[in-house]
Design a protein around this ligand. Structure first.
Ligand code: 1CP
Length: 344
């Protein structure tokens, strides 16, 4: 796959190889911090954007053309799998995702569909359009939400700060939680295999909210299902495992055998890398809030990270989490230019 790419820095780093500089992409690189995103967003709802392959491709290409990043990421959302399973999903401006029918009982869990790949075909279509547009310039990353993170939205019915209802289910009704998690995991395997067949060059599994869990609960309710997914999908492209909480959970995440562990900004990236099995790559881990700062500060903090990682193969530069909507576009561009101007 990588031999057909004009820029394969990202793939080489993901496979643990040496690169002349770290490759760069940023979580939420196609989004609200871009005026060009709003030009599209003002005309369509978020779900219309995701479900119309030409529009999803237009948005995916924005950071490719405007930021010159080393990898594109499919424009979609982690919650589309939960919608395909039967979740009544909407995105309200300024509020975020909502499920009108939260899943909080065995009866509701029983109703969740697992044979629902037909409802996600628009994603495969979008991938094919994007690959035509990319035409081998850079790799395309596909993705899915990890079962625990998806479970939290299905149970809470919306974004949550404390995951109170989700944790109540894990504690009082673990069998119910396991039933839902297994269904999500099965759909996720099919969904990621569909993306791989449609032509993505890498996969990222987003377990954004695993940081809410204790060590034991992480193993039981998150890691177990991520391991299942990574063991069942076709391993023909590199797989990145992301969670907020990876500063703590990285050693267990590695047991699921991803190619790359994506690290939040609490950890010293070199220490994490050296604790991982040899050859396993890392991605991260600039605090996204640095991108609000003066350009000189942005440069200094990126170069500090690069000095620390000098001599380490298998390093993809990214943020520890996504770009916030009010970060100045110029600062993001500057950060990317700093990375692209660097040589080991
Ligand atoms: O109103 C708008 O314009 C929609 C905002 C938006 C965007 C641009 C949402 C709603 N999702 C997205 C795109 C998106 N989401 C991508 C596209 C690719 C890219 O990174 O550029 C990806 C990979 C996601 C994944 C996603 N969605 C995650 C995992 C990553 C992360 O940020 O932790 C999560 C948790 C979601 C849920 C979600 N989608 C959107 C919102 C507002 C939220 C809620 C976040 C929360 O609960 O705080």
């Amino acid at each position: 796959m990588s031999t057909t790419l004009q820029n394969d820095l990202f793939i080489r780093a993901a496979l643990g190889q040496q690169t002349e500089r770290p490759p760069v992409w940023m979580m939420r690189q196609a989004g609200r911090f871009m005026p060009e995103y709003w030009e599209i967003k003002n005309k369509y709802s978020f779900l219309e954007m995701c479900k119309t392959p030409e529009i999803a491709a237009d948005v995916t290409m924005l950071p490719v053309d405007l930021l010159d990043i080393d990898a594109a990421i499919l424009f979609s959302d982690i919650l589309v799998t939960a919608e395909a399973m039967g979740g009544d999903l909407s995105f309200e401006q300024g509020v975020g995702p909502r499920f009108a029918n939260p899943v909080r009982s065995m009866a509701a869990a029983d109703q969740l569909a697992t044979d629902c790949l037909d409802k996600l075909q628009y994603v495969a279509d979008a991938i094919r359009v994007i690959q035509q547009r990319l035409n081998g310039r850079i790799p395309l990353i596909g993705f899915a939400g990890a079962p625990f993170t998806i479970l939290s939205y299905l149970v809470e019915g919306a974004s949550s700060k404390d995951f109170k209802l989700t944790k109540l289910m894990l504690n009082n009704e673990p069998a119910l939680a396991h039933k839902i998690l297994q269904k999500i995991a099965d759909v996720t395997v099919d969904y990621l295999n569909m993306q791989i067949d449609a032509g993505v060059n890498a996969i990222q599994l987003f377990d954004s909210w695993a940081l809410a869990l204790s060590w034991n609960d992480y193993k039981e309710f998150s890691h177990q299902y991520n391991t299942y997914i990574l063991s069942k999908i076709k391993r023909t492209v590199p797989v990145i495992s992301f969670c907020k909480g990876s500063s703590v959970f990285a050693p267990i995440m590695a047991e699921a055998n991803p190619d790359v562990v994506s690290v939040d900004w609490n950890a010293d990236l070199k220490n994490i890398k050296q604790a991982l099995p040899s050859g396993m790559a890392v991605q991260g881990n600039l605090d996204p809030f640095v991108l609000y700062a003066d350009k000189k500060v942005i440069e200094t903090k990126i170069l500090q990270l690069f000095e620390r990682m000098r001599g380490e193969n298998g390093f993809i530069f990214n943020l520890g989490h996504g770009i916030m909507p009010d970060i100045p576009f110029d600062n993001v561009k500057h950060a990317i230019d700093v990375v692209k101007g660097f040589r080991y």
